[in-house]
Ligand binder design. Structure first.
Ligand SMILES: Cc1ncc(COP(=O)(O)O)c(C=O)c1O
Length: 331
């Protein structure tokens, strides 16, 4: 019988699809890698598997231990899934803005979730990062610390980068990715640039986050709140390697949500808000390019996780977001 030995063996090797030129109004070749087809439904399965198996191999953790981390949701879902298979307990902190769908998914794998306030600064003891750190220290849990753990970008340098290089057959000219912990873009960018230094790597960041200023080497502004989940930062993080990123484009919440809805309605791709952020930037990038360009972006997670949010007209109206794109070509 042809069968995988474990759900963990089905992480990665996600397919790439070519998107129609009509959606960018550009001759550039546009491709999307469907990370929502990972077993738990997001790109974060890759780092969860890599870190837990690596730490187990090193003897840092052993089955029966408890893994703890702060998460914007998807990492919690992925780590909870891997922990369930590998025999660990898991506990997560997540800000109040995280969708109920993601919180419930984490719990469905048997994990515990602690909700923390969204509107507090990164150094506040109530911030999800500080609560997870203290919980681990007080109770002897393993703090996975995805935002600063070098094994996070390493997962993408060792696995995602080579996978993308092989699938794109040396043709890639632009790689575009949202930045959350920075693990995905950093590991993939390092690998791709070692193969072909001409590949341009463009990061995408919500308005109010600090990654754009970090890459532009500008003084850091005061971080502002944004609603999109999974990307952006309010503090410096070590999983992000800015030296491999050529530029960062910032996108508003409203443009992110409309772009996510647009992808579902035009291409049948049900994606989350961060993929909308990415796609809005991709349309701007493609407008400057011609048929010699091969652009790839990742569909980081699924729209199913945000059905009660960006995909609900009522939620959009309650948050004073416009429902229609002013210009579908992004011009
Ligand atoms: C929906 C979503 N998009 C993008 C990202 C960014 O990935 P990374 O943390 O590797 O930068 C995340 C990370 O949590 C995410 O949940």
């Amino acid at each position: 019988m042809k069968a995988a030995a474990s759900i963990l063996d089905l992480i990665g090797n996600t397919p790439i699809i070519k998107l129609p030129q009509s959606i960018t109004d550009s001759a550039a070749n546009l491709y999307c890698k469907l990370e929502f087809l990972n077993p738990s439904g997001s790109v974060k399965d890759r780092m969860a598997k890599h870190i837990i198996l690596k730490e187990q191999e090193r003897g840092t953790i052993k089955p029966g231990d408890t893994i703890c981390d702060n998460t914007s949701g998807n990492a919690g879902i992925s780590v909870a899934m891997v922990a369930a298979v590998a025999g660990y307990k898991s506990v997560f902190t997540t800000p109040q803005k995280t969708s109920q769908e993601k919180v419930d998914l984490i719990k469905s794998f048997g994990a515990e979730v602690i909700i923390t306030p969204t509107e507090v600064t990164a150094d506040d003891p109530r911030h999800c990062y500080q609560v997870a750190k203290k919980l681990a220290a007080d109770r002897g849990y393993y703090w996975l610390n995805q935002y600063d753990n070098p094994l996070n970008p390493e997962a993408h340098y060792e696995v995602t980068g080579p996978e993308i290089w092989e699938q794109t057959e040396g043709k890639l000219t632009h790689f575009v990715m949202g930045i959350g912990t920075g693990g995905t873009i950093s590991g993939v960018a390092k690998y791709l640039k070692e193969k072909n230094s001409a590949i341009e790597v463009i990061g995408v960041d919500p308005v109010g986050s600090l990654f754009e200023a970090i890459v532009a080497k500008r003084p850091l502004p005061e971080p502002q709140l944004y609603i999109v989940e999974g990307i952006g930062t309010d503090r410096l993080v070590n999983a992000f390697w800015p030296q491999y990123v050529d530029q960062v484009i910032q996108v508003s919440d409203n443009d992110s949500f409309l772009a996510a809805r647009f992808l579902a309605r035009t291409c049948g791709l049900s994606v989350g808000g961060s993929t909308g952020t990415l796609f809005h930037a991709v349309r701007q990038i493609c407008r400057e390019l011609d048929e010699s360009a091969y652009v790839l972006f990742l569909a980081c997670d699924t729209g199913i996780r945000y059905i009660t949010k960006y995909f609900s007209n009522r939620w959009m109206e309650e948050h004073n977001f416009r429902l229609e794109e002013t210009d579908l070509s992004g011009k």
